[in-house]
Structures are given as C-alpha cells and as structure tokens.
Design a protein around this ligand. Sequence first.
Ligand code: SF4
Length: 363
Amino acid sequence: MHLSDILQLRTIPASAVFIALTRRCPLRCAHCSTESLMTSEQARGDVFTRFVGSFTSANRPDLVLMTGGEPLLRPRLVEQLARTCRTVGTSSYVISGMFFARQPTISPRIMSAIDAVDHFAASVDSFHEEEVPRDAVFRTLDRVLARGKDVSIQVVGIGHRDPYVRDVVSDIRDYFDDKVPVFVGRVAPDGRARDWVATKLPRDPVTDGSNDDLAPLPCSFATWPVVAFDGTVFACCNQDVVDHRGGEHLRLGHTLKHDWAELKSRYLHSSLLRGIRLVGPVHIARHSTRFPAAECDGYCSTCAKLSAYWDDAEAEVSPLADVLHPEFEAAVTMMQRDRGAVGFASLHGVPEFADLVHLGLDP
Ligand code: SF4
C-alpha cells in the first residue's frame, strides 16, 4: 500500500482508525507530542485486540494505523492486529521512530511485525536524528525494502526554509533514488515541543481565531477516529483531545465497551462532528445562538468548548441546517477527496514538498 493511497483516504470519514498501542518509547526526542518515556502508560493487549476483533468483512475500516509512543515495542501485538485486520480485508500500517536501527540487525520479532503490515513508515527528523543516526535508519530501511514492503518516510521541521528539512529531503531522494515517498509536516506545539515550537511557527489568523471574516474551514482531522493509549476512542488526533482535554463531543467511547460498528455509527451521525467536518468549529461557534463570542479563541480550543454550549436543536437552525443536509455533506466530502493525497499533504504539511508523497509510484 503506497503512501498516496493512504492519504487519499484521509478525507473520507471513518475510512481508517489510528490505534496508539503504547505511550512508551525508548527515545527522548525534544519534539515528542506524546511526551513518551519508557515508564509511560501501556494498556493490556486485549484493549486493542477486542476492538480490532469486532471488525467484520461487511463493516470495517479500510485501514488501521498503529502508532505510539513506539508501537514496535509491542511487535507481537502489531503482528496479531495486522493479521486480524487482514482476515476481514482491512489494511494495516505501522510508524516507528526506528530505535531498532541502532542495532546491526533487525530482530526476528520486529521483522515479523513489519512483514505483517501493508505499509511501514519511519520518522526521520532532526530530533530523531539526535537519537538514531540517519545512515543507520537508511540502511535499516534498505533491509525492509528488500523484502518488498511499501515504505515511506515522515519528516517534520519548521517549514520549507528549515535548512535541516531541505538537507534531509535531498539526502532521502538521492539515497533511495526517488523510490520512497516522503511526507513533510510541521512540528506541532504539543508535548515536549509545546513551549518552544510556538515561537518559531508563523502566526495563522485562521486557526488562532483572530480573523473575524472567517469562511468555513472544515476539519480534516475529524475524519479518522483515534484509539488512545488507554482504549478511549476520540474523534481526532489532536494531542490535547487524546490526553482527555477535549469536549465530550470528541469522546466516542471505549474499546472495552463499544465495538467498531457502534463507534463508527456515532462518529458518522453526530450532528456536531458532521458540522466540524463540514465547516469547522469556529464557523459553528460564530453561527451558534448559544456560544459566547468571547469564548471563540482559536480553532481546536474553540472546538474543545463546543459541546458545553451545543444543543442538538442547533442542528435545526439555519445556516447549520443547510450545512448538515446530506447532499451538501456529500458534495464537500467529494471536493475534499478530489484534492487527493497531494492536496492533503499541501494543507497539513509543507506545501513546497507535498508532491513527494507520490515518489515511488509507477509512472
Ligand atoms: S477542530 Fe476539533 S476535531 Fe478538529 S482537530 Fe481540532 S479538536 Fe480535533
């Protein structure tokens, strides 16, 4: 499964689900959004196997993305989940910080987990590079590629002028002869990066809520649910939400209480989540009869407060009633899907490098 196939699904609600298998990680990267340590939380395996076991051929996501922390600290679980997914036709993906590249060989257990998934992604950036050398990661990826696995590299930096980003992208393209796709994103001001990154990123009047003339801005992160480290299922991958700092509307349930069919139905039918996907939280807040204008102070921070003021009757009030019309919803979803993998990478990554998600595709 190529990276562009994965990103093509990104705007389709409930087409995939993230599962954070552990918060633990042996690395100590300075930008870690989950503030992972080897002592961090880790739930029992059945918190995840029960959920994936509830997929059926008739009702399943197309893709499961296993993340962490470092998911390959639990290689048996990765393999078990990937094999269960495959029995019902769901593809699987795992992303790693490549801690195991510091060893001269890949352990059989980790290789078996990588063999079981349909796509393997490696994080390569200046922060990971302080923990694991770039050449060790490249040599390890060579071994994975030699087994016929689809591989991609995820780079983060401050933007297209970040000299590290330009250097590493050029190095990746040379080393892998343009055969390995790359997604270039921006460091998020979360976790260990919360205090220092915000001062380096350009101000964005749209997402910080200071632009009074806001057009609708759909949230394309509210399209794939996230199973957090403890099995709680959330509507998006915002780290504050996953750390239980979001509103009630962003909490869908728990894997030990709810199966995929139930969670998916909630996700797709909640009028508030549909509105967030179609016009974004700020637009909803500004058109709400109940939401105080002074509370509208940013994109995700406004979203976190929406359920406190939301009444389903709002969904009957124009202009939200028009927005939530199924035909409008279908049209917006189609427009987003038509922007494709590069459109998503451009919007949520560094636009100057968005085309690199197509590297390695057959001409
Ligand atoms: S706007 Fe809401 S749903 Fe979207 S990423 Fe932010 S908190 Fe999550």
